[in-house]
Design a protein around this ligand. Structure first.
Ligand code: NAD
Length: 293
């Protein structure tokens, strides 16, 4: 099956990034959100990001040519043309299931369904639709435009064909598929990364070191491009919190329970860059201006 048309549901941080890379790779993209404001923001962020690529000589085509491939839409009607549907709405099981159920009755029978969930079981999402064999996880990392790894996750019901189509689609985006053969909580890379995030937060909580020093240390010692807390602010503290809670609820293993400092920050609404305060404090241009409260 040849994929030409991509329907992305959710035009937030991830959905807009996925729409952009798909359009850059020549796909026709419908980018859907329930909020016109979200669509407007997504289109202007995409234009800005493409402009940056163009300035660096890294865009093969004119910005407008790429932009023209993306149609912002406020409903699911155009999913009737989709060869692949990629869902990137809020990290809520019932919402995601509802979205997939509705689109299942609109999309053509051959269309692959993929979720970009951080931590919800792909199998549980697949259970909400009829095409359970065509359901995969496609876990992009933020910022989607820059991060080369994408986890391709096989649900219990996923056919070999759909799993391999997912792999080939990721390659066609110029990204590297990381094949995850079993749908386990946290998939693969979060299972490796979240323990160090939890440990770093607990070390700050215990007064062992500052957020800045931990970030400096992991960048200089481990060659990471971004610190643990810098990444946390970009991803959103609520997203990290939800991922940990999903892992905790699924495994009942207390080691995944979100640390107290993270729970407090989420409760008070310090969610990272998007709220101007998280692990760091940000100015109106989104630049860090020092440690958070
Ligand atoms: N933020 C990250 O770094 C990251 C990384 C990997 C995966 N994820 C996952 O990707 C998904 C999206 O995360 P995000 O950070 O882009 O969220 P976000 O809050 O930036 O965007 C979510 C968007 O979904 C829209 N939406 C809500 N209900 C909808 C519906 N019924 N139909 C269409 N659109 C709807 C919202 O209006 C919003 O614009 C989540 O499942 C998250 O766990 C996030």
């Amino acid at each position: 099956m040849e994929i030409k048309n991509v329907f992305v549901v959710g035009a937030g941080l991830m959905g807009s990034g996925i729409s952009q890379v798909a359009a850059q790779s020549g796909y026709n993209v419908w980018m859907c959100d329930i909020s016109q404001d979200a669509l407007d923001k997504a289109m202007s962020n995409i234009r800005w990001s493409l402009g940056k690529f163009a300035d660096k000589g890294k865009l093969k085509e004119a910005v407008d040519v790429v932009i023209k491939r993306i149609q912002p839409v406020l409903n699911y009607d155009e999913a009737s043309k989709a060869d692949i549907v990629i869902e990137a709405v809020f990290e809520k099981l019932d919402l995601k299931q509802k979205v997939f159920r509705e689109i299942d009755s609109i999309a053509p029978p051959h269309a692959i369904f993929a979720s970009n969930t951080s931590a919800i079981s792909i199998t549980e999402l697949a259970a909400s639709v009829k095409r359970q064999d065509l359901f995969i996880g496609l876990h992009f990392f933020s910022p989607v435009q820059m991060m080369a790894a994408v986890e391709v996750i096989r649900a219990v019901t996923t056919s070999e064909e759909a799993f391999l189509l997912g792999r080939d689609f990721v390659k066609s985006l110029g990204k590297e598929p990381i094949m995850v053969n079993r749908d386990i909580p946290g998939f693969l890379l979060n299972r490796i990364n979240l323990p160090s995030t939890i440990e770093a937060i607990k070390l700050v909580e215990a007064g062992v070191a500052s957020v800045e020093d931990i970030d400096k240390g992991v960048k200089l010692a481990f060659g990471r491009k971004m610190g643990i807390f810098e990444t946390g602010d970009m991803v959103g503290l609520d997203v990290t919190y939800s991922a940990l809670m999903a892992l905790y609820e699924e495994t009942k293993d207390p080691r995944w329970y979100p640390p107290e400092l993270l729970r407090r920050k989420v409760r008070v609404g310090h969610l990272g860059k998007k709220t101007g305060m998280g692990w760091y404090k940000y100015n109106e241009d989104g630049k860090p201006v020092g440690p958070a409260l």
